[in-house]
Design a protein around this ligand. Structure first.
Ligand SMILES: [Zn+2]
Length: 306
């Protein structure tokens, strides 16, 4: 019988992912806080020998001078009345890209043997409502950079979990993705459900199930590690720990998957996440040592479930 699997995927994007709502809580995301939090995560993971899938927004992995080369082409897409590129272009017009540069973070993850996955070129949503020409642009520019960097990238985490254009993406070399939350369960569109769900300490793991018509391997959507904002602030860390302990035990008993995900920068805006993260990773590590679980990256899951 297959063993239960623990997978951790991280949406790595700095300010690229929040280009449409800069200000407010995103103000504390800058080069120094990003560097601190990525190092912190790496320290916890390496201490417990856990490998993760770091899904990077491609331009976040590049140097400032290389990013600025795309200014004109991104501007040309604004003419197609594209809101997202308007935000990106206006950021590139600013003198400072503080919070937009993740090259060191990408090199660190790569060097430490984690999987590098794709999270869009500029973090433009790639869902069904996005024009094919835009998805093609996001793919083509990223593939050129992967070639320049000599890396092979086959796993995908959709920006904003907005899933679409699977055939086109598959033809471009991507063959596994993390399902969108709504794709996994319609209930997720309800904010009251999301809060109540965080209180469910009997939360089950998720079984891998491939749908026949899907050209790509679709991994279960996983669970977002609680980001204590709004009503979720009042949920004690112990509840989050118990909930995850149940998810992990359920994965072990049912040969299913416990897939955790979050954005590293969430730990800048909500430092309290660190305590739960550390205790859950420690629990995962103990269960791996006891032979109850195995740790796989998204790419490894693809081979494991095939
Ligand atoms: Zn994102």
């Amino acid at each position: 019988m297959d063993k239960g699997v623990f997978t951790l995927s991280l949406d790595c994007e700095g300010l690229w992912g929040v280009a449409d709502h800069l200000g407010g809580s995103t103000q504390c995301i800058n080069q120094s806080s990003l560097s601190e939090v990525y190092t912190y995560i790496e320290d916890v993971l390496s201490h417990h020998s856990i490998k993760a899938t770091y899904a990077f927004t491609t331009l976040f992995t590049q140097d400032e001078a290389d990013i600025l080369k795309y200014k004109d082409i991104i501007k040309s897409y604004i003419n197609e009345q594209d809101e997202w590129y308007k935000y990106i272009y206006s950021a590139l017009q600013n003198e400072s890209l503080n919070g937009w540069l993740g090259r060191e973070l990408y090199l660190q993850a790569k060097q430490n043997g984690h999987e590098i996955a794709w999270h869009g070129f500029t973090h433009h949503p790639l869902g069904q409502t996005t024009k094919e020409s835009i998805v093609e642009f996001e793919i083509a520019e990223s593939l050129k950079i992967f070639e320049k960097e000599s890396i092979s990238v086959n796993s995908l985490v959709f920006p904003r979990n907005d899933v679409g254009h699977l055939k086109l993406l598959n033809n471009s070399g991507f063959n596994v993705y993390r399902k969108g939350l709504i794709e996994q369960s319609r209930l997720h569109s309800n904010k009251y459900y999301r809060v109540l769900d965080e209180l469910n300490i009997l939360k089950p793991s998720q079984k891998f199930k491939q749908s026949k018509n899907n050209p790509m391997i679709s991994l279960p959507a996983g669970y977002f590690l609680k980001w204590p904002s709004g009503a979720k602030k009042f949920i004690p860390s112990e509840v989050t720990y118990k909930r995850w302990d149940h998810i992990l035990r359920s994965a072990s008993h049912k040969s299913a998957q416990a897939h955790m995900w979050f954005h590293p920068h969430n730990m800048i805006t909500a430092p309290k996440m660190r305590d739960t993260f550390e205790s859950i990773i420690k629990n995962v590590s103990t269960k791996i040592q006891n032979g109850e679980l195995i740790n796989l990256t998204m790419d490894e899951c693809k081979r494991y479930y095939k």
